[in-house]
Ligand binder design. Sequence first.
Ligand SMILES: Cc1cc2nc3c(=O)[nH]c(=O)nc-3n(C[C@H](O)[C@H](O)[C@H](O)COP(=O)(O)OP(=O)(O)OC[C@H]3O[C@@H](n4cnc5c(N)ncnc54)[C@H](O)[C@@H]3O)c2cc1C
Length: 550
Amino acid sequence: MVDAEPLDAVVIGAGFAGLYMVYRLREQGFSVQGFERGDGVGGTWYWNRYPGARCDSEIMFYSFSFLPDLEQEWPLTERYPGQPDILRYLEEVASRLDLRKDFTFGAEVTALEFDEAAGRWTLRTAQGHQVTARYVVTAVGCLSTANQPRFPGADSFRGLTLHTGNWPREPVDLAAQRVAVIGTGASGIQAIPVIAERAAHLTVFQRTAQFTIPAENGPLDDQFVALWKQNYPEWRRRARHSPAGFAYNPSITSAFEVSAAERRAAFEAAWGAGGFTFLSGTFRDLALDEEANETAADFVRSKIDEIVRDPEVAEMLKPRDFPIGTKRLPLDTNYYETFNRPNVTLVDLKRTPVEEITPAGIRTSAGHHDLDVIVYATGFDALTGPLEALGIRGRGGRSLRDAWREGPRTYLGVAVPGFPNLFTITGPGSPSVLSNMPVSIEQHVEWIGDCLAWARGHGAKVIEATEQAAAGWTDHVQQVAGHTLHPKAASWYMGANIPGKPRIFLPYIGGVGNYRDRCAAVAANGYEGFVTSGEGSGDHGARPGDHRAA
Ligand SMILES: Cc1cc2nc3c(=O)[nH]c(=O)nc-3n(C[C@H](O)[C@H](O)[C@H](O)COP(=O)(O)OP(=O)(O)OC[C@H]3O[C@@H](n4cnc5c(N)ncnc54)[C@H](O)[C@@H]3O)c2cc1C
């Protein structure tokens, strides 16, 4: 499995990002090979097959913009597409662009080592593949390394253990089963209502109560779809230059410019309409001002009281310890309603923590729960996890894990000093998970493709972000986050869900449109903030202007 002929580029991952990157580089005349640990394309939508798995981006925005024929032909069936639909979409993309032949599937990348003399990377997989390539582009996703908490006795459980982020491909029959879901983040909130309908009994183990907003999913009107498709290029243009990759207009009104009754009416209307505009479309200061935020949080808590019949359960479901929107805001279908079902029990792990997992179930400080199935909906080691798992070693044999011991340092979230010729699609320090991701993925893929073409055109064999540019950008990312309420939450955006992970705000919250402009300016200025050198010379000569960035 050793490939003797060096490639121009390797791409790791076959989700939205990897598919487009391989296509783009191939079209640009680079020799490129993709590696994917799964047996097929789809990324997130290949792995997350749990009951209720669904996109929270509306279907009109959750697709590629560079395939105008497919854009017109693809049916926009319901407001939020389910996992099977998105997987089918990505399989169709792979077929139309004949991409599978350029990927090696079932290949988990475990080592990437940079040879400074040759100016090339060597990639190795757990399955024994080895290739060398000038460039590495990671398309490993932000949410692809499952977070599996280690409870004492977990291996002793005699029933079925599942993780939402690594759900079996074959259907799992939950009928007549006593099921536990551990975790109430976005995945748990999607899965819980559906599992409750199928299982004999569902016990929800909640560590942190969550705000969630109704999705109001449903079929899309034919006329709406026709009109949307007529105007697709304009919607796409707006999404690219928006704060979060959607073509919605954010509110320009403060929560305190209106009366309490008007404020409630605005929240009520947004709640009824469903979706993320509950925050961005109502008042402009909800993400910035604690008092303003509290008005939205209070509204959701009042809805929990309205919906949940048992006052004690309602109280347990009310989030109190973080501002609304500072953890990933889930969208739901009947989440709070599910706790009115006779076959659902809520366990508050803050009051009664898990003591151990036993062969027959879960023991908390309050007693034992007999179970047949345990579902971990415990999320991911977000953003840095999938990158650090690649076994990357850059200049001087330094590992990425070591370079990021205090938190990730990147230039624009796309490059890392000390790791030349390595590009990270939706890496930490880019809008990534704070955006509608296909928009951010397209922007990175196109920017990286242009950058590699520029390097080729200039005879540069090594291109690398400078320390100074990365330091400037990393500070900027933290500064912008510091103007918002986000750092106040113990969220996965802050690395807080993983024991020992540095607490640093991981994505860039400065907005998709602003970020795009910044990246475009860097390119227009001859990739300022990067240095280049010639073929394997080890000459790490700077070009004029390389320290101006950030
Ligand atoms: C449940 C869920 C719901 C989501 N909902 C939304 C949403 O509503 N809107 C939105 O914009 N985004 C959403 N996301 C984020 C979603 O991940 C992105 O929208 C998008 O699918 C990311 O595409 P990607 O190609 O960057 O990464 P992924 O789809 O994660 O693909 C990465 C691929 O890399 C592979 N890989 C990783 N490491 C290795 C390795 N070492 N070796 C080989 N292969 C490797 C993985 O197997 C995976 O197939 C959601 C994510 C989850 C988990």
